[in-house]
Design a protein around this ligand. Structure first.
Ligand code: TNX
Length: 519
């Protein structure tokens, strides 16, 4: 259809005013950054006729207790602006990060962000809040701020007053590094990408049938032999303790706590293959490179099994500063119910003994675990009696319903990567569910938060990770962070569309869903 240039301009002007959607195929007007922050903040007031311009003379000012987040922000902004952006403890114009004077409503993770002509001020009560504020600031700058090479300005930040804090304290992502191994650099890149959406936990699935990915000094063959392959028979790999610590620190600087998982008593073929004595018949099975589940089990009656778990948990706890160890516990189809109960009752206290709190897949709820244990719901139905009973006793539940939050599900029947056992998950499906009322008997106050797991049977590269995570990960991030009163698919898909140029600048290989009006 041919239309005059004026028609297009009127449409664009109209859509800027109303935020309405253009018919597909029409040119899209880029949404103003102030309206495109993901997750949507609690409160955003635009200030007319006010803009702060980041320039070559901008300084970043932070008191000593805020220098971590300030240095991280400076590093990010220097890459694309090419500006010096010195960080100092001075006061004055420019970008100021401070751990004083924030509205108490922001709590431990929230922030207040004010943009005036003279500068941007981010206030919080803790470093986590400052980090979250800097992620919002990045999104208020033009998309090319995310480029890894120097770009031409200008670098305007729209006048605004933002007050923001999370609905749930726990917003997680999970990466399965067992089915396919990912190098520390790939994990760090994923950390960078999820931090932009205020994700604050990264769960690493470190052991499964196909591979053991972390060095345990007292059982060295777990890594050297158990880690020597992966799905499809490739070389696999494992993290040394130094590499793991480097990942933990890198994540920590970005406000992300690592939750390590050793999946037990099922999903243990890599361990069973590494040490014959862990098997009830004292015979090590071969390494496994297929994708079946439910065929392996640690030997529940043997004492050596608990010496093994004690050693693994002790060594893992010693290199994990975060409060959680995830003990898996899913799909133990080769362990009898009685043995499963015996096993869990013996190992949950081991994690506690080493000063950590247990997380487990929701199957663990069957053993009536202590209320400190966090079952992670991964089912596809909206009722589960043992999870509801656990919530009734006081356990907090982490929500990862597989038909909503699983990033390894295909988007639709033509997605080449991924699985579909829990169904297809288009962007809207990932966004349109309420974690606080999803599971019967598990209300808002029983929910610890949300996590988006990415299993890697079909995922081999960082491009594969990105394709499955973007744009669904930001959808899960928003339902974990933003108040339910702001939940709105039409507004969300506009905000999401505005992220496209950012991901392009970052080189993120995202899925261009037709549900989203990409800018
Ligand atoms: C089920 S979800 C599993 C994993 C698979 C995943 C694939 C869960 C706790 N267990 O072992 O990788 O499905 O989607």
């Amino acid at each position: 259809m041919r239309r005059s240039p004026w028609f297009g301009r009127i449409l664009i002007a109209f859509s800027l005013v109303t935020g309405s959607t253009l018919a597909s195929g029409e040119a899209q007007a880029a949404a103003a950054p102030i309206d495109s922050v993901v997750p949507v903040p609690v409160s955003v007031q635009s200030i007319a006729n006010v803009t702060y311009n980041l320039t070559s003379s901008t300084q970043i000012r932070a008191q000593a207790d805020a220098t971590g987040p300030a240095n991280l922000l400076a590093t990010t902004l220097r890459r694309s602006t090419g500006f010096a952006l010195p960080v100092s403890q001075s006061t004055g114009d420019g970008i100021t990060l401070q751990l004083s004077g924030a509205d108490p409503q922001v709590g431990a993770q929230g922030y207040q962000l004010d943009v005036a002509t003279t500068g941007v001020t981010i206030k919080a009560t803790a470093p986590a809040g400052l980090i979250n504020g800097t992620q919002t600031l990045r999104q208020l700058l033009p998309p090319k701020i995310e480029a890894s090479t120097v770009q031409n300005g200008p670098w305007p930040v729209p006048g605004a007053r933002i007050l923001d804090y999370p609905r749930f304290g726990h917003r997680g992502a999970m990466l399965d590094v067992a089915r396919h191994f990912f190098t520390p650099d790939v994990v760090k890149r994923y950390i960078d990408e999820i931090a932009l959406y205020k994700i604050n936990y990264l769960h690493l699935h470190l052991a499964d049938d196909q591979g053991w990915r972390i060095v345990i000094d007292s059982w060295p063959r777990l890594a050297t032999y158990g880690g020597s392959t992966q799905v499809g028979g490739g070389a696999g790999g494992y993290y040394t303790k130094a590499q793991y610590t480097d990942i933990v620190n890198y994540a920590g600087e970005r406000g992300i706590t690592i939750v390590p998982e050793i999946d037990m008593p099922g999903h243990t073929n890599a361990a069973l293959a590494s040490y014959a004595q862990l098997n009830c018949n004292n015979t090590a099975p071969p390494l496994y490179t297929g994708t079946n589940v439910g065929f392996s089990s640690l030997c529940v009656p043997k004492d050596v099994t608990y010496q093994f778990v004690d050693d693994v948990v002790r060594e893992l706890a010693a290199i994990t500063p975060g409060p959680f160890i995830h003990i898996g516990g899913d799909e133990a189809q080769s362990t009898s119910d009685a043995d499963y109960r015996t096993f869990m009752n013996k190992i949950l206290p081991i994690v506690t003994k080493y000063g950590k709190q247990n997380m487990g897949w929701h199957d663990v709820a069957k053993v009536n675990p202590p209320t400190s244990v966090i079952p992670q719901y991964w089912g596809t139905t909206t009722s589960n009696s043992s999870v509801a009973a656990a919530a009734g006793r006081g356990n907090k539940i982490l929500m990862s319903p597989a038909n909503k939050a699983y990033l390894d599900m295909k988007y639709n029947s033509s997605t080449s990567l991924g699985l579909n056992w829990a169904g297809y998950i288009e962007v809207r499906t990932a966004y349109d569910w309420n974690p606080g009322s999803y599971l019967s008997g598990v209300g808002e106050s029983a929910v610890r938060g949300v996590e988006a797991p990415l299993w890697s049977e079909t995922i081999r590269t960082r491009q594969d990770i990105e394709y499955m995570a973007f744009p669904r990960l930001p959808a899960i991030a928003e339902i974990g962070w933003s108040p339910w009163s702001k939940h709105n698919w039409d507004a969300f898909r506009q905000r999401l569309g505005a992220q496209g140029p950012r991901w392009q600048a970052m080189g993120v290989n995202f899925y261009r869903s037709s549900q989203v009006p990409w800018a």
